[in-house]
Design a protein around this ligand. Structure first.
Ligand SMILES: Cc1cc2nc3c(=O)[nH]c(=O)nc-3n(C[C@H](O)[C@H](O)[C@H](O)COP(=O)(O)OP(=O)(O)OC[C@H]3O[C@@H](n4cnc5c(N)ncnc54)[C@H](O)[C@@H]3O)c2cc1C
Length: 291
């Protein structure tokens, strides 16, 4: 059995990237981390189309405090930052030093993608117990959200154009602003090196959720490092890639048919949909009927 003594190289000066962090309870559970990183659980999501149609979703999702988790990990693991690193076969080169061992590329997505811009504000808290998601006829391929947390409210939007334009309006003081780019990737069927996170391209196409695949690959990856056998890791990668490739194709169709979305929303208006594994496996959503 191999001993673990990982080193993280990160070109960022400080740990603690912020993101909305909405993941299924299943994903949270698979991360195998303390509940101190779970800010809130949600059983309901309301989806609004042009503030005209409303669909209710019964689900079981959580808000992961990604920033807090990354800061904790940074203290637990040997980290070198700010350090640029280059992977060459089974060697990492950083500041003229060479490191040899099992290498996992966690450097984010660097390949071909359709990129969306995301912006998110943290404001003062509001009195609400559900997540609200907004679809706007003018925000083709994007959406916006309000996520109420115990210590504040996340107000965000993703868009191919300017996400600021679609931010939901609330009368609360803004405490923080952050954002980033979200890649829509058509992942390769197979990979031959070890990766984790956005570098795999296994990002839920429509929502940009990347934590789901981290949770799925984590345990086969750790087992692979321990036993020096990565068969299960590559098998899991291929399974998730199949789902994300489906999501990518569905999202393309959705973008083309965007102007027909009101028909779908009218059909489902005021109805409730139960969503469990479909929260991650979006391609299954199309089999669901309202009740
Ligand atoms: C606004 C926003 C909201 C989001 N909301 C959700 C959500 O609700 N649910 C969800 O599941 N996902 C969400 N995501 C996506 C999620 O944040 C990403 O999937 C996740 O952060 C990916 O983590 P990562 O570590 O793989 O990549 P990154 O966070 O991109 O980290 C890559 C790191 O590698 C470093 N790096 C890159 N190249 C090098 C190099 N050569 N040398 C050294 N260091 C290098 C970078 O500095 C960076 O620190 C959201 C993203 C954004 C921007």
């Amino acid at each position: 059995m191999r001993e673990f003594d990982p080193i993280v190289f990160d070109r960022r000066r400080k740990a603690g990237k912020k993101c909305t962090g909405i993941i299924s309870y299943d994903t949270f559970y698979s991360l195998n981390i303390s509940r101190e990183f779970l800010d809130r659980e949600f059983k309901n999501i309301e989806i609004l189309y042009d503030n005209k149609y409303s669909v209710h979703v019964n689900t079981n999702v959580t808000r992961l405090n990604r920033e807090k988790l990354e800061i904790w990990l940074d203290e637990e693991v040997k980290t070198k930052r700010p350090r640029d690193a280059v992977i060459k076969g089974n060697i990492v080169i950083s500041e003229n030093e060479k490191y040899e061992g099992v290498i996992i590329d966690c450097s984010g997505w660097k390949g071909k993608a359709k990129w969306l811009k995301a912006i998110e504000y943290l404001t003062e808290p509001i009195n609400e117990d559900k997540i609200i998601v907004y679809f706007d006829s003018r925000n083709k391929g994007g959406f916006s959200w309000i996520v109420p947390l115990p210590y504040g409210t996340l107000i965000g939007s993703i868009s191919y154009i300017n996400p600021e334009f679609f931010l939901p309006k609330i009368e609360k003081r803004v405490l923080d602003k952050h954002g980033g780019a979200i890649p829509r990737v058509y992942p390769e069927k197979k990979i031959y090196d070890l990766r984790l996170g956005d570098s795999t391209g296994l990002i839920k196409t429509f929502t940009g959720g990347g934590i789901f695949s981290i949770a799925k690959l984590l345990s086969p990856l750790v087992a692979g490092i321990t036993n020096n056998n990565f068969e299960k890791y590559f098998f899991t990668y291929s399974n998730i890639a199949r789902e994300i490739r489906k999501q990518y194709r569905i999202t393309n169709v959705l973008e083309v048919l965007w102007k027909f979305l009101p028909i779908l929303f009218r059909m489902y208006n005021d109805k409730t949909i139960n969503v469990s594994e479909e929260f991650d496996l979006h391609s299954l959503l199309f089999r669901r009927l309202p009740h």
